[in-house]
Design a protein around this ligand. Structure first.
Ligand code: PLP
Length: 455
């Protein structure tokens, strides 16, 4: 029989996956250390087990006890797994920045979840770490594991993640890149790798808004500004960070981080969270500065499943103005217009309507052209400048039917037409009619193209 004795034995020994597409044109070999392949879907399964086991070994945690943690979610999940197997209760204090998927996940393991506001100051009694301390005081036989100062955190990465990377790269690794939440991973892995080869560069990827990069660079520390990537970056300095093993910090903004995470998923099939996107942005940046002798390893911190209601969803990206420009066809423009105005009605006239009606339309709606449509088919067009010059000559035309003064129809193009091809028609005509299965669904003007190309 081939089996593991329990799910804890499945933690660690995660694979290294080579990147093949997203790095095209770059010279170094780049490998993703797939921490998302841990049973709880993140690198935090390792410390979840280590912090509990070390607390048991040191006698601080007794059978039937409760483990408490202040966590952005992943550590809680890691703890919940080991607590379940080893027979402990768990309580997690999270901030309301954490995705609903992570909270539900914890609850599924029977963990009690306490949610605190993300915006309160550190000296507030409602600050999530202060709340966790209070729960420890009030709960008999409990321990607040506090990953930010718990040395079991960097130690397990020194004992497992570091040696795995060294072995898997056959000692050829030249650069290690990861993010810093508590700093456990970078400190443990960094220390191990530096001991093996002090020339290995340890690089931290920090979200724009975090204070860690500035701190390392010796600059005055500001307050930190909000950002949307979860799990990494800080507005204060965690105790476990071993700054001496970190050679360099580089930053990435939310836009680049989320779009890199999405690209890793779509191009390499590696489903990941936003912190991995921050790390990958930095990896691709340094890879562009290195030659073919470089071997870069970076951490895939957690799985993208945890962010399905967030940056892996286009609506969320649009709401947060983080959507990458991907307008390629007329249908993309039609969809963006619908999303923005919520209105998809096309304004048009019939050929037997009076010219007066068209003039009113130009006046009230601010249009410069309207299509003449009958039975969903375009039969002509009215363009403001031409109508006005005809009316100047003969004002009685106001009561004539539209058919008397209309021009040829605007070009009709299928919604799947490439934007580039459609643009050519707009040099001649002020607008294009968009067709879907032969029916007119939208009118796109030169103005629309300019506006939506800028998004
Ligand atoms: C999603 C995610 N990525 C990265 C990290 C960073 O790991 P560490 O705490 O070891 O610095 C964390 C930890 O908080 C995390 O939750």
């Amino acid at each position: 029989m081939e089996f593991k004795n329990n799910i804890i034995e499945q933690i660690g020994n995660t694979p290294l996956i080579r990147l093949n597409k997203i790095n095209s044109g770059l010279k170094p070999q780049i490998f993703a250390k797939l921490e998302s392949a841990n049973p709880g879907g993140s690198l935090k399964d390792r410390i979840g087990f280590a912090m509990i086991q070390d607390a048991v070994d040191s006698g601080k945690l007794k059978p039937g006890g409760t483990v408490i943690e202040a966590t952005s979610g992943n550590t809680g999940i890691g703890l919940a797994i080991s607590a379940a197997v080893l027979g402990f209760k768990s309580i997690c204090v999270v901030t309301d920045k954490v995705s609903i998927e992570k909270i539900d996940y914890l609850k599924a393991f029977g963990t009690e979840v306490v949610v605190c506001s993300n915006t309160v100051k550190h000296d507030s009694p409602d600050y999530y770490i202060t709340v966790a301390r209070k729960i420890e005081e009030e709960t008999p036989n409990s321990i607040f594991l506090y990953q930010y100062s718990n040395q079991s955190n960097p130690r397990i990465h020194y004992n497992t993640t570091g040696p795995e990377i060294w072995r898997q790269t056959d000692g050829k690794i030249t650069h290690f890149v990861t993010g810093i939440g508590t700093g456990g991973c970078i400190s443990g892995v960094g220390k191990f790798l530096k001991e093996k080869n002090p020339n290995i560069k340890i690089i931290a990827a920090d979200p724009v808004g975090s204070i860690l990069k500035e701190f390392k660079e010796g600059k005055t520390i500001g307050e930190g500004t909000p950002y949307l990537v979860e799990g990494i970056g800080q507005d204060c300095i965690p105790q476990v960070i071993a700054f001496d093993v970190i050679d360099e910090f580089r930053s990435s903004n939310d836009f680049d981080s989320f779009n890199c995470a999405r690209a890793l998923t779509r191009q390499e099939g590696i489903f990941c969270g936003g912190s991995t996107g921050t790390i990958l942005k930095v990896v691709l940046e340094i890879a562009a500065e290195l030659d073919e002798n470089a071997v870069i390893v970076f951490i895939v911190c957690d799985t993208g499943e945890r962010y399905l209601s967030k940056f892996h969803k286009e609506e969320w990206l649009r709401e947060n103005r983080l959507m990458k420009k991907e307008i390629r066809t007329l249908s993309d423009i039609t969809n963006s217009k619908k999303l923005r105005s919520g209105n998809s009605e096309i304004v048009f006239v019939n050929s037997n309507e009076k010219v007066r009606k068209v003039v009113e339309l130009f006046d009230t709606k601010g249009f410069s052209q309207v299509p003449v449509i009958e039975d969903y088919k375009s039969v002509g067009s009215i363009r403001e400048a031409r109508v006005m010059s005809k009316l100047l000559e003969d004002q009685s035309l106001l009561d004539a039917p539209v058919s008397k003064i209309m021009d040829v129809s605007f070009p009709c193009l299928e919604s799947r037409t490439e934007l580039q091809a459609a643009k050519k028609y707009l040099t001649e005509s002020p607008a294009i009619l968009v067709l879907e299965y032969g029916r007119i669904i939208d009118i796109i003007t030169r103005y629309d193209i300019i506006e939506f190309s800028e998004l």
